[in-house]
Structures are given as C-alpha cells and as structure tokens.
Design a protein around this ligand. Sequence first.
Ligand code: SF4
Length: 224
Amino acid sequence: MSVRQMTQRATQDALRTDRSAATVFRIMDQAVQQTSHVKQPLPSSSRMACAAGCCFCCYQPVDITVPEALAMAAYLRSRLAEKDFDTLRTRLAATTATLRDLSYEAHAQAKIPCVLLVDGACSVYPARPFACRAWNSTSVARCQEIFEHGDPITMIPPIEMDVYETIWDVAQGLIDGLKQARLDSTSYELHSVLQRALDTPDAAQRWVQEEDVFAGCTVGAFAA
Ligand code: SF4
C-alpha cells in the first residue's frame, strides 16, 4: 500500500468512528507520522541544504487544508501568551487583507514574508504545513539567486525528490480521506484560512460536523 493510500485510509477510518475536534488533531498526527516514510539518506549522501535561519522560500504563497490550519491554530494557542497571540492576529489580519487583492503571481513576486516567520525561523515549525515540509533545496546559493534576482514562479531550486514526493503523497492522502468523509478538502491560502481558524475557537468541532466554517476564505492556487 502506498503512503498516499495509507494516509487516506487512516484519515477515513478515524473520521468514520468519531466526528470530534480530537479526531481532527488525530488525523493530522497520523498524517505527520506518515512523512517518516521519507527514505533517510545516509549523512554522507544527504544533499539537503535547508537549515535554521534560511528562509528564502517563506515569502512564497502556501496552500493548506483545513486540518493543517486547525493544527497550526491549536499549536499557536498553546504556545503564545495572550499579548503575543493578539499581536499575531493583528498582523495576520493585515497580511490577509493585503493578499486578498493579489493574484497568485503577484503574491509570489511581492516578497511578502509569511506571518509565521519570526526572526528568520518558522514559529510553528513542529506544526508547519505539508507544503513547507515537502519543499526543500540542495542549493542555498540557488535559492538566494531566485529570491533576489529570479522569478519564483518559473525558477525552482534543485530539490531532494524523495522528500518532496513522499510528503506530497501524504498531503494528497489526507485530501483523499477528507473527500471520502465528505468534508471540505479544499486547499486554501495559508493566511486567510489560519485567520479564520484563530478567530473561531470552536472551528475544529464545527468543521468536522460539516459546518461551512471556512466559507469565503481565499482558495489556493493549486486547489483541485
Ligand atoms: S509556515 Fe513556517 S515554513 Fe511555512 S512559509 Fe510560514 S514560516 Fe515558512
């Protein structure tokens, strides 16, 4: 059975037996565990250049599903002090408003940092989206060149395909499972859907009960 099929089945099975907020977070935990199926390269053969403090790719549009947004919102609620949480929500609202008027292409060119990028690092790293887990590079120099002088839509850095494809399969398996469970499987623009998740404390419970909690959020460029 493929990673995609395993993720789809685990998602579908969990949602079949329990439609609670806890299940939403369980299907995310299960999906994240599936990313361990990436073949671990030997240390001497690993070509991954990604490291803390390198964030050229955190200025690009990111598509995420509702469970990913809910998991990030829960992570932020559990970590941030009230003042920092309010500050994040204010910044998130401003960025969402700016992005609402931009096409995917304009967003990609605008060099707007992800609102979760703090001091050059991802502030939700353990709960980051699958798109961010999958994207990687074997050349910092190439990433810097694309960021500073290139076209981020048509130019991509050299990547470790095993990492990219395995995590992409997990993300697709999650979407397959949501579809089977007749839940919203749309990929939304990160800021838009995260803002709604943070503004709606009971969003997970309502969404898993098929309430259209995320109506009006910006649909991502790669939404099926
Ligand atoms: S969620 Fe984290 S890794 Fe993804 S773009 Fe934002 S800061 Fe970067």
